[in-house]
Ligand binder design. Sequence first.
Ligand code: 6GU
Length: 244
Amino acid sequence: MSRPGPEFHVISLFPEMFSPASLCGVTGKAVERGLVGLTAYQLRDFTGGSIHPVDDSPYGGGPGMLMKPEPVFAAVEQVSSTAPPGVSVLLTPQGRRFGQKAAARLADEKRVLLFCGRYEGVDERIRPLFDEELSIGDYVLSGGELAALVIIDAVTRLVPGALGSDESTSHESFSDGRLEYPQYTRPAVFRGEAVPDVLLSGNHAEIERWRREQSERRTRARRPDLVAGDRSGGVGRGEEPGDD
Ligand code: 6GU
């Protein structure tokens, strides 16, 4: 029987980093309920013997070490041959920017293989193994593991049934290219700050209108790059060049 969400297969030098995702919170519950699968593999298990290194120094010189191609090919080929068809992703700061659209696209896959790059980079010849390369933002992480965890979380919460029945992704920030409106709960007055009257009015049309307006105002103020037509530094409509 096929599950509602993808099987995640992660290849990493630190597979232990993925245990918490299988155990805690939304991703943990989704794994427990069988809505998504999550398996992490140790890259070193694909070297064909403990004396074989997974990294080596770059031809031509330069600092740091690169991931060698042989174990990467062995791992990706073996995992792809046993898992259902899907997409293979190389996590690298050189990848296209991951965003909500890419999350929705990956949520529809049967299998998402995530390869976590480490060290100062990878041998260029591993690139053709992957359908795509993703980055989670313009900063450098020590490895792709945290990026993989971010992607697993963002994708899993879009899988039907992963959130409780009273939670929904449809009003969230970015679901429509806007930031979410301000929200309040009890008490009605906290340290002199009152909840906006409209939210206590019971007038649902007015509340809806207020929220839309707040959402637009907040997006213009904080993320002008998300607003259609804006070209001041951003590229408009929340579309980073790689964010699909
Ligand atoms: Cl996917 N990997 C690394 N090493 N750094 C990153 C990243 C990925 N995304 C943003 N920074």
